[in-house]
Design a protein. Structure first.
Length: 323
């Protein structure tokens, strides 16, 4: 390789919000402590994890997605990091924060108040973990917003919503700077900033803010990840290597739950190498620049986490690292 790209793995492979047989075991400490050595056995020594306030309210304190849960199980973050290090995980590269769970009624003051508060908590959590960055999803899914708010709102509700969102993100940037954390925006295909639309608002945001590339989300939005990277290379702060074969022909992005399409039985995200994206060309383009951040393999909501780890390692070894 021509640069210092680091490859890690995302804990978002574990489906924590949709019920399946025996899913409750995933709320236990033993489940995660069995998983960490397997991540290392698959050749990954850095991880990315969600920051998910759901587990503050829901319980399930074995889920390591908040400082509250970590304090209960490990007494403090330092003990948790030491445990990871002893198992072979050298770095928590970054965390993700999404305001989606706070879009639950028509009260936008609640949404922005809760999102702003817990977004700040997520940044502080990232700092305690020694992360390089935090990926922040700018908005809840478009369809979820309209489900609660857009149907009965004024015609220009999107403009006002985006204005308040930008104000919130700029406050996040101040907090991130205070904690020496890189603030990165993740433009998911179902959000108000989807695809290239995010570029329209960069001039209104703090100059320190960077962009995330998620190859599957960009593809579903109708963009080529190589071209997006070339256009925004100086602003790229993190990369999620994701795969998909999904084509949004029915405006699924406008529905309330776009990760699980309601009109067809399909899986939006695939394990690496099992979609149809040209991830090799993307990595080649990345490798020809001076990008020296993390590339995080993400098999989001995979049906088999252990198999996804091995599939990803096989894909990385036989495709990505061979470029």
């Amino acid at each position: 390789m021509q640069n210092q790209i680091k490859i890690g793995f995302s804990l978002d492979m574990i489906n924590m919000h949709h019920q399946e047989p025996n899913r409750n075991r995933q709320e236990s400490k033993y489940y995660w402590e069995e998983l960490y050595p397997l991540i290392v056995a698959a050749g990954f020594h850095g991880i990315e994890m969600p920051f998910d306030p759901f587990w503050i309210f829901r319980g399930g304190s074995g889920v390591p997605f908040t400082n509250y849960c970590i304090d209960i199980k490990y007494k403090n973050v330092d003990n948790y990091l030491k445990y990871l290090k002893d198992k072979g995980i050298d770095k928590v590269a970054g965390i993700n924060f999404s305001p989606q769970m706070f879009m639950r009624n028509e009260d936008l003051n609640f949404y922005f108040g809760a999102s702003g508060h817990f977004g700040g908590e997520a940044i502080r959590f990232a700092s305690e973990l020694g992360c390089d960055y935090i990926n922040v999803t700018p908005t809840a899914p478009y369809g979820l917003i309209t489900h609660y708010h857009g149907k009965n709102a004024e015609a220009h509700w999107e403009k006002d919503f985006i204005k308040r969102t930008i104000e919130m993100i700029n406050k996040f940037a101040e907090t991130a700077a205070q904690h020496s954390i890189k603030l990165v925006l993740k433009n998911e295909y179902w959000g108000l900033f989807r695809g290239n639309k995010i570029s329209e608002y960069l001039s209104e945001m703090d100059d320190s803010i960077r962009l995330n590339i998620d190859t599957a989300h960009l593809s579903i939005s109708g963009l080529n990840s190589v071209e997006f990277f070339k256009e925004h290379a100086p602003k790229i702060g993190s990369v999620n290597l994701t795969d998909t074969a999904f084509v949004d022909e029915d405006d699924i992005w406008k529905t309330a739950n776009p990760e699980y399409p309601e009109t067809k039985a399909t899986q939006v995200f695939r394990d690496l190498g099992f979609g149809n994206l040209d991830l090799i060309s993307f990595y080649q383009a990345l490798n020809k620049t001076d990008y020296d951040g993390w590339v995080i393999c993400s098999c989001r909501q995979t049906r088999d986490p252990m198999r996804a780890l091995l599939r990803s390692r096989s894909f990385i070894d036989n495709n990505i690292l061979m470029t």
